[in-house]
Design a protein around this ligand. Structure first.
Ligand SMILES: Cc1ncc(COP(=O)(O)O)c(C=O)c1O
Length: 387
C-alpha cells in the first residue's frame, strides 16, 4: 500500500519538477537577477555591515511590496518576532496565544520575553488558528480583570495573539482580529512563511499591530539569513529601529545607549541579496503558483491523498506545497517519508507540535485535536520555484 503510494507521489514530483533522476530537494533559493552585482558592490565599496544603502533600500522595497508603512530589516525572522512581542507590550509572566502547529521559533520568541506560550488549535481549511474555537476556548478559561484577559487556571494575563500563516496560506485575519478586539488582545502576525501572500486582496502583515517576515535560505526569497518587522504605526517603527540597533542614540561621534537593546540589524551584504530577490518576487510567486496548480491537477487523480489548496479569500505564495493523507496513520506517514527520502524525493512531516517539546510540554494548551490529526496526515513535497 505505502509502496504503491510512494510510487505515485514520486512519479508526480518527478513529472512536475522535470527532474527524472537524482535528488529533488524540498526548497532551493532562486538566484536569477542582480544578486551577484549588488553583493559585489558591497564588497567593492567596503559597506558590508549594518550601515549601507542596501539596508535602507531593502526596507523601502519591503514596504512597497507589502503596502505596510514601515519595514525594519533584522538578522532573522526570530529576531523580528522577538521585537514584535516586546513592542506589543508582552511582559515577563504574560501568556501569548499561538498555534501549537508551528516552527519552534514562534514559541521561542515568546520565551525570550520571559512570557509563556499558550497553545491553541488550527483549522483544516487554512492550517491557521480557528477563530471560532479560539473564542470558545477563551470564554471557557478566561476572565477580564481591569480590561485585561486573564487565564483563570494560571492567574496570568493573556496579552497577545500571534497568528501564523502556515506554509504561506493566510489565516482568517478578519475573524481573528475580531476575537482580539473582543478580548483586548494585541494581534501579531508571524508572516515568516508568507511574503507575497494576500488575504482579501491585501498583503499579509497589515492586520497585526506588528508583523514578522523571514528571509531564511529556505524561504520564498532569501537574504541568506534575515527578517523584518512590519508596522503601520510610526512610533512603534521608531522603537523597532532603536531596539534592533543596540539602543544607540544617534550622534556623530558619541556612543550613548539609552536602554538594553539588541544587535538585530540586517547587514548590508544580506540586504543587497534581498534587494535583488525582491525585484524578482512577482516572477517567483507566479512560478510557485503555477507549480501548485500542476500539483493540484496531478493529485486530483490520486485517491489516497488530497492536495492542500488555498482557502476562499486567500492568495497563497505556496511556500511549501502539502498533501494530506485521506486515511492517515503514523505508520503510513512514516513509511512514505522513509521511502520517498530514500528515493531522493525530499519530503517532510509537520514540525513536532510545540506542546510535545520538552521545554514547552507544561505550557497551557487548548484542545489540539485538529493539530494532532494533521500531524499524522500532512506531508510537505518539493516546492522550489526553479521547477
Ligand atoms: C513560522 C515561522 N516563524 C518564525 C520563523 C523564524 O524565522 P528565521 O528562521 O528567519 O529566524 C520561521 C522560519 O524559519 C517560521 O517558519
Amino acid at each position: 500500500m505505502a509502496e504503491q503510494l510512494t510510487k505515485k507521489i514520486e512519479q508526480i514530483v518527478r513529472k512536475v519538477s522535470g527532474i527524472e533522476h537524482g535528488p529533488v530537494v524540498l526548497h532551493e533559493p532562486f538566484f536569477n537577477g542582480n544578486e551577484r552585482q549588488y553583493v559585489t558592490d558591497c564588497i567593492d565599496t567596503n559597506w558590508v555591515s549594518t550601515v549601507g544603502k542596501y539596508v535602507n533600500l531593502f526596507e523601502q522595497l519591503i514596504s512597497r511590496t507589502t503596502g505596510v508603512k514601515h519595514a525594519i530589516a533584522t538578522t532573522s525572522g526570530t529576531a523580528a518576532l522577538h521585537i514584535c512581542l516586546l513592542l506589543a507590550g508582552v511582559k515577563p509572566g504574560d501568556e501569548v496565544l499561538l498555534q501549537a502547529m508551528t516552527f519552534v521559533a514562534s514559541a521561542n520568541a515568546v520565551a525570550y520575553c520571559n512570557a509563556t506560550p499558550h497553545f491553541v488549535d488550527v483549522e483544516l481549511d487554512t492550517l491557521g488558528i480557528c477563530p471560532e474555537r479560539l473564542r470558545e476556548h477563551l470564554k471557557a478559561i478566561g476572565t477580564m480583570k481591569d480590561g485585561i484577559l486573564h487565564n483563570c487556571k494560571t492567574g496570568q494575563p493573556i496579552r497577545a495573539l500571534m497568528v501564523m500563516h502556515t506554509f504561506g496560506h493566510p489565516s482568517r485575519l478578519l475573524e481573528l482580529k475580531q476575537v482580539c478586539e473582543e478580548f483586548n488582545l494585541k494581534l501579531i502576525e508571524d508572516a515568516a512563511e508568507a511574503i507575497g501572500s494576500e488575504y482579501h486582496g491585501r498583503h499579509v502583515g497589515h492586520h497585526g499591530l506588528l508583523s514578522a517576515l523571514s528571509f531564511n535560505g529556505n524561504k520564498t526569497i532569501t537574504t541568506g539569513g534575515g527578517g523584518a518587522v512590519l508596522t503601520n504605526d510610526d512610533g512603534l517603527a521608531q522603537q523597532a529601529r532603536h531596539l534592533t540597533t543596540t539602543g544607540k542614540v544617534t550622534h556623530l561621534w558619541e556612543y550613548h545607549h539609552d536602554c538594553i537593546a539588541y544587535n538585530y540589524r540586517l547587514p548590508n551584504l544580506n540586504a543587497a541579496l534581498g534587494c535583488a530577490q525582491l525585484e524578482q518576487l512577482g516572477d517567483i510567486i507566479m512560478k510557485k503558483r503555477v507549480l501548485a496548480s500542476r500539483y493540484k491537477s496531478e493529485f486530483a487523480r490520486v485517491d489516497d491523498v488530497s492536495f492542500f489548496n488555498e482557502a476562499p479569500g486567500a492568495k497563497s505564495n505556496y511556500w511549501l506545497n502539502a498533501i494530506i493523507l485521506k486515511n492517515p496513520s503514523r505508520e503510513k506517514r512514516d513509511a512514505l517519508l522513509n521511502n520517498l527520502n530514500a528515493d531522493g524525493i525530499m519530503v517532510r512531516p509537520l514540525w513536532n507540535l510545540m506542546n510535545r517539546l520538552p521545554m514547552y510540554k507544561d505550557c497551557p494548551a487548548a484542545d489540539l485535536s485538529v493539530s494532532h490529526q494533521l500531524e499524522d496526515s500532512l506531508i510537505n513535497i518539493p516546492s522550489s520555484p526553479s521547477f
